[in-house]
Design a protein around this ligand. Structure first.
Ligand SMILES: [Zn+2]
Ligand SMILES: [Zn+2]
Length: 309
């Protein structure tokens, strides 16, 4: 008896093989070595990545890098150009690194979709229109893994501490050196007992089991909230879940945030000292009562604030 034929036709097999080669070929040669800066010289960071609470929540899904209009924007790693054009009115270029995608905006692209690029290859020019740092120019660099966004700076320049820069503010200071954890490196932002610590819990409002990404300090509404360390205010927003929040960047990939506030006492871009008044305890956003939800974010991921107090 003759052997039964393969269940897959020869053209289909060939197509699968070619696709496999393309996929493997699209991976950057130095994927494990991280990304190179898309601007040169190594830019200052005007706003770090802020992980959104969920896929659709507000946040900052990338990092803003200070640049000059017309500056060359280069690929952070080898890959294939996936998009060149406008998204919601903003000029965007994206590169597929075989699993992860880097996005660059606002950038007028000088490459074609499907073109293969190496790390450091020019993608286009930085634009002013659509800048997240208007009236200054900056490059919003995004890093996407599937539908999720990750911190692009976690892959770049980790050997050197990231220096934060505010276009309108004072000169940046060196990053806060946290030293060993539990060392009191961060100051207690508000007086009161810890009513819920960092970790997995059932959310008191939504009833869903998920990470409680900060520490709750029980204090009456109106209690002063103070900066845990020297830094720069890089966010002062009304968030659907976190409520009124102040985000302070301390350099070196470290930010703290102060959530559910009833009042703001600082402006965006303000240089603050440890202990400086930021606002007051409140119950704005998804909250069951007056308390401070204090968060520490390191390289884009929330960490337990208790280890730094
Ligand atoms: Zn941005
Ligand atoms: Zn909380």
């Amino acid at each position: 008896m003759a052997p039964s034929p393969l269940p897959v036709s020869r053209p289909a097999l060939l197509t699968a093989l070619v696709m496999l080669i393309l996929l493997v070929g699209a991976r950057p040669a130095s994927g494990a070595d991280g990304w190179v800066w898309p601007l040169s010289p190594a830019p200052d960071v005007s706003r770090p990545f802020e992980a959104p609470l969920d896929r659709y929540a507000a946040g900052h899904r990338g990092a803003d890098l200070v640049g000059t209009p017309g500056a060359s924007v280069v690929a952070v790693a080898g890959g294939v150009v996936r998009h060149v054009g406008t998204v919601a009115g903003v000029a965007v270029v994206s590169v597929d690194h075989g699993g992860e995608i880097s996005t660059y905006q606002p950038v007028s692209g000088e490459v074609r979709v499907g073109e293969r690029v190496s790390a450091g290859d020019r993608l286009g020019r930085l634009l002013l229109v659509g800048s997240h740092c208007a009236p200054r120019a900056c490059l919003h660099l995004g890093r996407r893994i599937g539908e999720d966004y990750a911190d692009p700076l976690a892959l770049i320049g980790r050997t050197a501490a990231i220096r934060l820069f505010t276009p309108t503010g004072a000169l940046p200071s060196p990053p806060v050196d946290l030293g060993p954890t539990g060392s009191g490196a961060l100051g207690v932002p508000a007086p009161g007992p810890v009513t819920s610590s960092f970790g997995m819990r059932v959310h008191p409002v939504t009833g869903v089991l998920k990470l409680h990404d900060g520490m709750d300090v029980g204090a009456p509404c109106g209690t002063p909230v103070r900066a845990a360390a020297d830094g720069t205010v890089v966010g002062r927003t009304a968030h659907p879940a976190y409520g009124n929040r102040v985000v302070v960047s301390h350099g070196g990939g470290l930010t703290t945030s102060y959530n559910h506030l009833s009042r703001f006492d600082v402006a965006d871009g303000t240089r603050v000292r440890r202990g400086q008044l930021l606002g007051a305890v409140g119950t704005t956003g998804l909250s069951t009562g007056c308390h401070l939800h204090f968060m520490v974010v390191r390289d884009g991921s929330p960490v337990d604030p208790a280890t730094y107090l």
